[in-house]
Design a protein around this ligand. Sequence first.
Ligand code: PEP
Ligand code: MN
Length: 279
Amino acid sequence: MYTLASRGQRGQSVVDVGGVRFGEGFVIIAGPCAIEDAWQIDQAARGASSAGAAMLRGGAFKPRTSPYSFQGLGEEAVGRIARAAAKYRLPTVVEALAEAHVAYLAPRVTMMQIGARNMQNFALLRAVARAGAPVLLKRGPAATLDELLYAAEYLLVEGNEAVVLCERGVRGFDPHTRNLFDLAGALRLKELTHLPVIVDPSHATGRRSLIAPLVFAAAAAGLDGAMVEVHPNPAVARSDGEQALDPPSFEALMTRLGTLLAFAGGSNGPAKVASAAGR
Ligand code: PEP
Ligand code: MN
């Protein structure tokens, strides 16, 4: 049994990530699929920050289906997101694709991501947990909820309690959405575990038109946040442009989310959009 991840008699855990508190308000993480040039990540960070996102995301080491696709700019990209994050005072989340990346990332990012394809890479889970940074653990595209919680247990058993889970869609049968967004599964997770649970409608659907309504659904349902791909010019993005919002669309999403959460205040759902500390 995943005893450390189980909800049991415990209340909701709050995971602090550079002052952003997952498990209290509704946390929005925004940023590009991949970190490209310095201007791109600066503009993405600017758009994220001005619209009220709490954290900045960006991939440096990309888990691409094809080896011929853009693989990310590696360590150079980590420096770029660190500079943009410092400028706009946003904590960062960056994926560790392999054990070899962990030591480099740990002192340079606020949170490390385990991507969906690596959810059951147990050696990587242990290495990331031991590095001590908070971890964003994404559900594998064909993983059951129990398998996700056992993967979380690998992190917790190493003594790292700063774990946030992310539902990013599972393999479905209909090509109209990239994956099948499992909202019920995310809600069931909240019953099974004390860990915060967020959603990623960009990777779940592959379509920018579906991002905002699914963020609103997750917030209304009482989940703990959402991660959204935002690119200053999605038409020229080197990866996942079709599922990225541009900064004006992201700002519109955030404005509407604020209104919806204010309206929902006092119910069981989170009453407000969480912000980055000190801003
Ligand atoms: C990502 O968030 O950068 C990503 C590659 O997502 P996933 O691992 O869910 O496919
Ligand atoms: Mn992506």
